[in-house]
Ligand binder design. Sequence first.
Ligand code: AHR
Length: 330
Amino acid sequence: MKKTLGLFAAGALVLALSACSGGATPSSSGSAGKGKALSEVVVGFAQVGAESGWRTANTKDIQDSFKAAGIQLKFSDAQQKQENQIKAIRAYIQQQVDYIAFSPVVQTGWDAVLNEAKAANIPVILTDRAVDSKDTSLYVTFLGSDFVAEGKKAGDWLVEQSKDAKAPVNIVQLEGTTGSAPAIDRAKGFADAITANPNLKVVASQTGDFTRAGGKQVMEAFLKSQPKIDVVFAQNDDMGLGAIEAIEAAGKVPGKDIKIITVDAVHDGMAALAAGKINYIVECSPLLGKQMIDIVTKLNAGEAVPARIVTEESTFTQEQAKAALPDRKY
Ligand code: AHR
């Protein structure tokens, strides 16, 4: 018992784990929690960080949903570091939570810790991002977007907009976190789509780590190194918003001199789209909380859940953003 408490205390120090709905008492067994009263179910959630408006909205939605459902949620913020997420998951195993949910910072390197969760008989739910583990028995389900489809939607829009282009259209890409599923998949979907028009060419591509500061910094460098930039494809709104700052500082007009396409459709991105500074946004929904509750409730009742649950998403033009903004929840 002493040893267990000691380990828990050490984990808590390193990770600053916090229970986000009151009275989070770890379950007394490491079982899947089947048939428990929902108020006794404990879920440990290892979040990526707070790198973007999307992530903040995602965290809030998950915390609010668990509170409303009366299910205990333990929350940790990995500050975009895989080692922090692994420590958080190990702490949740140590605490014998009923379920572990996490949004993997990067795709690779999860097998060891997922095998530890499996050995402890704790089902794992992947939210938002995938892992590349060959052994799919290491997690129960993956709830989140189809990132390849998101990149493709961005590319398809540009192909349509550029159908009359006679000269090369130079694109710069602001990539998300290197090695993360959305960065890999959005780049793929976008690249596949733009092959439809040989005039469309990605002339530079670099990571801005899904942050506004990163997007601004990389765009400043692109503006210095690239003689002609026609389009920015930012793999999230925050990097697009950073790029807007860099473009304006360089004396150019975002949305006109340089067209901007982003992914997410969070409030600040939608406001920039409505103001004409962004040209098109592909939606990536951060509202995963209710579906997580549904999954936990079903698993707790011993019911099966689909191995893959794809989030429904749309796209926004400038006109559509103006109409949607007043009712936008995030
Ligand atoms: O995994 C989803 C991505 O992560 C969002 O597009 C981005 O804004 C976030 O940081």
